[in-house]
Unconditional design. Structure first.
Length: 131
């Protein structure tokens, strides 16, 4: 893991309140959303292996980073770990934002299916009945 102003040891020993403050401060000073998201994934790991509660850390910051920053490979790789941070509608918008080509492909397939169902098939039946 890269150095984001917090060492691995600090990520796994500091209190939740201190970590929230330091991660927020780091993001506002550097505007590095990728680093903040990677630290938050580390805190999700900590939540799984520790007794203390580190779930749902900094939901506003996560939503801000994913919805208001430019899509990149790090965000596309790690977005699945933050599904609980978004409402269903916002989650769908995030997927469209992160994967626009995939969305375009899905829409194209749907339009082709509708074209076949409502235009091509009825016209084919009409031409067969005229012959």
């Amino acid at each position: 893991m890269k150095d984001y102003g917090l060492s691995e040891r600090q990520l796994f020993t500091l209190t939740r309140k201190n970590l929230e403050k330091r991660i927020t401060q780091y993001y506002h000073e550097t505007n590095d959303g990728n680093g903040a998201i990677e630290m938050l994934v580390a805190l999700q790991v900590r939540d799984e292996i520790c007794e203390k509660d580190f779930s749902f850390v900094l939901p506003e910051l996560v939503q801000h980073i994913f919805m208001r920053t430019r899509s990149n490979a790090v965000l596309r790789d790690l977005y699945v770990y933050f599904a609980e941070y978004f409402k269903k509608k916002d989650w769908r918008l995030l997927q469209i934002k992160l994967f626009p080509a995939k969305t375009y492909t899905a829409v194209t397939k749907k339009l082709k299916g509708l074209y076949t169902q409502f235009i091509e098939a009825p016209l084919a039946g009409l031409t067969e009945s005229l012959q």
